[in-house]
Design a protein around this ligand. Structure first.
Ligand code: AMP
Ligand code: MG
Length: 400
């Protein structure tokens, strides 16, 4: 059985990354992965300009004129100002070009302006309140390399660099299927022995949050023929993600069908929950994940395996954030498998605290209400006490 790290490395080694790209406008590029080098088309700042509303002047003129200069002219945004005349000061606004001849800007709150004359303080320094041409980036600078995932912050930078469209990798297409004779959609009434389905929805929504084109393949009975037929008629997906039926029970047919029509790269990983998880490929380019049926196992294995696979598929580099927090309560662990505990992460007077939530059974959904992180307990650890340092994987940093 593979360790967590071995399974994750196996996935990264096996992924056949996206081969197709498309060009999108900036407002469509959030969350997409850049497919070519992005270089600045302009310098930023494009010209020397003022950082504040105030007065532009040449510092040598101050002592020569007893710190009082006549006001001559104005530089406002979008203007091309005149040259600053020697022995004068020019009104200037934030973002307006610095006139030739000026080497400093004094903010308006520090001067006294009366009758066409401005009185300056003695403390003026050269170069103050000036944003210099090119100090942020230059035309031709490499802003992004292929494989970078773009945020709104990135797109602000890209827009300011004059770039209007971006080549990105096409979004992965994923088919999501649940298996289980007992599963019923909410809304229908339950017969004895049946339960309401939840994994398929959670998987679809997590994929969509990652910008993946996720298609609902429905819920199948534990019937190998139905799964075979579904897989054969959906061979063009980049990912097929199933839930359930991957364990060792008599009705656990998913592994059997995948091994018939494709190749399984691994089955079972030394983690808890989520041990019965399989990864492999059908044909050249369709990757599959058979996630376990227990709802929490399905969420944990999505986070540990599916997320990095999707990032790598889009030519990105998975870099999951791990934080160190202080345990708000203790937990005893039986050595053997790397365990992931549902936890609540919060700050207490600036200190990051992680509480193990009650109800760690992989069938229990009500602790999900509070879950915003997993605590990772290493395979050989015997657990931790309240106050110990623990490793946490945040799921969101928004605790509202
Ligand atoms: P399995 O992996 O098929 O052996 O299922 C393990 C447990 O998870 C069983 O209790 C199933 O009823 C439950 N389960 C399987 N699939 C789902 C699903 N899609 N939604 C909620 N529970 C499920
Ligand atoms: Mg099942």
């Amino acid at each position: 059985m593979l360790s967590l790290e071995e399974a994750q490395a196996e996935i990264l080694a096996r992924i056949q990354p996206a081969r197709e790209t498309e060009t999108v406008s900036l407002d469509q590029a959030q969350g997409r992965f850049v497919a070519a080098e992005l270089r600045a088309l302009v310098d930023n700042p494009a010209f020397d300009n003022s950082a504040m509303d105030g007065y532009a002047l040449n510092i040598a003129d101050l002592s020569a004129h007893d710190f009082r200069l006549p006001l001559a002219g104005e530089s406002s945004c979008g203007d091309v100002p005149d040259v600053l005349r020697s022995g004068t000061t020019m009104r200037i606004f934030t973002g307006a070009p610095l006139p030739d001849g000026a080497d400093t800007v004094v903010i308006q709150e520090e001067v006294k302006a009366e009758d066409g004359e401005v009185a300056f303080p003695k403390s003026v320094q050269p170069d103050q309140n000036i944003r210099r041409h090119g100090e942020d980036f230059h035309q031709g600078d490499l802003l992004y390399a292929p494989g970078r995932k773009l945020t709104a912050y990135d797109l602000a930078l890209i827009s300011s660099a004059g770039i209007s469209t971006i080549p990105v990798y096409k979004k992965a297409r994923a088919l999501v299927v649940a298996t289980g004779d007992e599963l019923v959609a909410p809304g229908a009434s339950l017969k004895p022995g049946q339960i309401y389905e939840s994994n398929r929805l959670a998987t679809l929504l997590q994929l969509r949050q990652m910008n993946i084109t996720a298609v609902d393949g429905g819920t199948l009975h534990d019937d190998p023929d139905a799964l075979r037929a579904l897989l054969k008629s959906n061979a063009d997906f980049d990912f097929i993600i199933t839930s359930g039926g991957v364990s060792v029970g008599d009705y656990d047919l998913v592994k059997q069908v995948f091994s018939e029509i494709g190749e399984i790269n691994f089955w079972k990983v030394r983690i808890k929950p989520g041990k019965p998880v399989a990864f492999g490929r059908v044909g050249e380019y369709t990757h599959f994940f058979a996630l376990p049926g227990n709802p929490v196992s399905s969420l944990v294995t999505f986070k540990l395996f599916v997320e990095p696979a999707l990032i790598a598929w889009h030519h990105g580099t998975p870099q999951p954030l791990e934080l160190q927090a202080t345990a708000a309560n203790g937990f005893r662990h039986r050595p053997g498998r790397t365990e992931f505990l549902r936890a609540r992460l919060q700050t207490d007077k600036g200190r990051l605290m992680a509480a193990v939530l009650r109800g760690q059974g992989s069938h229990m959904l009500s602790p999900l209400r509070e879950t915003n992180a997993f605590i990772r307990v290493d395979a050989e650890s015997s657990g931790f006490d309240q106050g110990d340092a623990v490793v946490v994987i945040p799921l969101t940093l928004d605790t509202s």
